[in-house]
Every structure is written in C-alpha cells, then in structure tokens.
Design a protein around this ligand. Structure first.
Ligand code: GLA
Length: 383
C-alpha cells in the first residue's frame, strides 16, 4: 500500500493548526524485534530491525509549549513542570526534561506529531515518538545530538519519567537503525553490530492492544531481578541473568522456585538463540533463523508466559503453511507477530494465516510487510 509519509502528515497538521511552516521536521522509525525478547533488561543481546513505518515531529520556535498529534488533532497547551497527565504528551514532556541538563531543550515550541506506526501493537510507537521528538527539539535548540545521545534521552524519558521499566532496545534501534540491516545490540556492553537484512519481513497484528505502563512488563522485570538475586547465592559474581549459560540450567532449575525458574530459563535460552540467530542471518541461512524464531516463541509461551492465543495461532499457522518462522515480537500480552517467509510462498502464507485467524477469532488481522529502514533523521520540509 502506498501510504502518505508521517513527515508529510506532520507537516500538513502543523500548517493547519499553527497557520505557519515548521522550522524543523524529523522522523524516527518503529521497530520489530526479530529475536531477543525480554533480554535487554537482563544484559542479553537483541536483534531488532527499524521499520518503514515512522513517527514524524514538526516543530517551530515559541515561548510557550503547544502540541498536537494526528491521533486526536486536539491542540494542547503544556506545562513542562506540571505533573504528568497519563497521556501521549508525557513522552514529550519526559524528553524535554531530559534535554534540559544537556542544554538541548528550547524554551518552548509549537509541535505537531503524526505517525504511521500502529499504537499499542508492540512496534515501539513510543520510542519512535521520543527519539523523533528528541531530535526535533534539540535541533530547535541549536544542538546536534549523536544517535547515542538521542537514544539515551529517549530511554530516560520513557523509563525514568513515564515509568515504563523498559530496556534500551527500542530507542537504540530507532536511533541507530540503518537501511537493509538488523542491529545486533549487546545490551551489557552497548556493542552494536549491523547484520545485513536485505529481504522483507511481515508483521501480523493480533489486534489485541497492550498497555505497557499498566504493569505486566514491570512485573516480569521484578521477577527477573528476584531470580538474579537468588542466582547470586550460588554464582556471586554475576550482574545479569544473561551471563548464565545453558549449561547452568540444571542447577538453576534445582535451586529456583517457579515461576522464577521459568523466567530465568527463558532469558538464558533466548540469549543463546539470539546470538545463533544473528549468525544464521549473517550466513543467509533463513531456514535456521526461522526455526530459532519459532523456538523463541515457544519459550515466550511456556516460560515467560507473555504470549496470547491470537499470536500462538498465527505462529502455528505460519509454520504449517511454509513460513521460515514467526514469533510474537515486543513486550507481549498483545501486539504483533513477526513472520519471515520465502518470497515465492509469501502470498499463499499471508492468505492462509488470514483465513486461519478469521476462522478462529471471527475477524481478519492486519498484515503488512516492511524492509529494514533507517533510524532517526532530519527530513526536508515538504512544500
Ligand atoms: C518492550 C520494551 C523493550 C523490551 C521488550 C521486550 O518493548 O520497551 O525494552 O524489554 O519490551 O523484549
């Protein structure tokens, strides 16, 4: 489908609401995580891809803060120092608060936001918003922050200000993504390695929305911290769960009670799978990559208990009809499935997955494809 770009939508919203042209326009992508789920806050690796779907921020200098988004088209006056409102503007306020100590926040701004990233679908609409906002506002303040600085501001805005206990994966890929590549991010060291991803991936939205600030992710993170504390009783040197190896599993399973044992087992096996997946992708072995995705999904289903029946059905149906593999991507408890398929079977698999899903759940899922796209960028303002 040929959709209007987020950059164009944000500019036209800005023009309409503020009856002037923006001074700065930026955009940042949503992401799918190929594999490495719930490893980023446990010191493990992740392998995300920046999507072609983006969030754009158009902004101009002002003394006050007036913002609007294409979601509701409401024009809102913001007080950056007032308590957060539990709405999308909290992310923007969080970004401004994080830019201030870097002397990279303007005194005020008029801002219009538009997105083509589905919201609440596990595709990092929030990271796309915070990263694009950080870039737009810092440019307005006359500063050029590096992708690493933008990712850090965006992470702190979401984690410390909004209070979602996320890891650093989403902001990192939204800032550092590069066309045609997946990003192997080793969260314990911060090392980034690009792995060629020339093909396209499919996103199957379950239509079940997750609300991250609501708590399931925060609960799992607490369980992982507790599991780490227990593991330290017999492995005092470790600082992250992902440092344990598959060889440690028998001992871990003896020592940890359920569900901590299950959560830790997922993190340890997922860490090994993610590194194997990066190697398979680098070698162009998509069949092996696909099998690792399916194993990853199974681990989320049985050990992390973060999948939903809709996603389980999509994965089973994709595999049955000849996909390389598929997996629930993102935090879980809703969201979307990432699916990899041989080009010659794509059309048939998409049709069969749609049919199976509709038969079971009485509605068709949204399915679309994307190639690996670039990270945050300044955009030329469309005329
Ligand atoms: C959310 C968080 C990420 C990561 C995933 C699970 O998307 O924002 O940091 O923890 O969940 O892998």
């Amino acid at each position: 489908m040929n959709r209007t770009s987020a950059a164009r939508l944000a500019t036209s919203l800005f023009d309409t609401l503020f009856t002037s042209r923006p001074a700065v326009l930026t955009s940042a992508p949503g992401r799918v995580n190929l594999i490495g789920e719930h490893t980023d806050y446990n010191g493990g690796p992740v392998l995300p891809v920046a999507l072609e779907r983006r969030t754009a921020v158009a902004a101009s200098h002002a003394d006050d803060w007036i913002v609007a988004s294409d979601m509701d088209r409401k024009v809102l006056a913001l007080d950056i120092d007032a308590p957060l409102r539990k709405t999308w503007t909290d992310y923007l306020v969080g970004v401004v608060r994080e830019l201030r100590p870097l002397r990279a926040a303007p005194p005020g701004a008029h801002v219009a936001v538009a997105t083509t990233v589905p919201i609440g679908a596990g595709l990092s609409s929030s990271a796309a918003l915070t990263v694009a906002t950080a870039k737009a506002l810092s440019l307005l303040a006359g500063r050029r922050l590096t992708p690493a600085q933008l990712a850090d501001v965006a992470y702190r805005a979401e984690h410390d200000r909004v209070g979602v206990r996320c890891g650093r994966m989403d902001q990192t890929v939204s800032a550092h993504g590069e066309r045609g590549t997946a990003l192997l991010f080793e969260t314990a060291t911060g090392a980034l390695r690009r792995v060629p991803f020339p093909g396209r991936l499919w996103v199957v939205e379950t239509g079940v929305s997750h609300q991250l600030t609501g708590g399931a992710l925060n609960d799992r993170r607490r369980e992982c911290e507790e599991a780490l504390d227990r593991c330290r009783e017999w492995r005092p040197g470790i600082t992250h769960l992902a440092q344990l190896l598959p060889a440690d599993l028998p001992e871990l399973e003896r020592r940890l009670p359920s569900p901590l044992r299950l959560r830790a087992r997922h993190v340890i096996t997922e860490t090994a799978r993610t590194r194997a997946a990066a190697a398979a992708l680098a070698a162009g072995d998509l069949a092996r990559l696909g099998r690792l995705l399916v194993e990853g999904h199974e681990s989320l289903r049985t050990d992390y208990e973060s999948t939903i029946p809709e996603a389980d059905r999509i994965v089973a149906s994709a595999v049955e009809h000849g996909a390389y593999g598929a997996r629930l991507t993102g935090a879980g408890w809703g969201g979307a499935v990432v699916l990899l398929a041989p080009a010659e079977r794509e059309a048939r698999i998409v049709a069969e997955v749609t049919r199976d899903f509709a038969e079971r759940f009485g509605r068709a899922p949204e399915i679309w494809s994307s190639r690996a796209a670039s990270g945050v960028r300044r955009e030329a303002i469309p005329v």
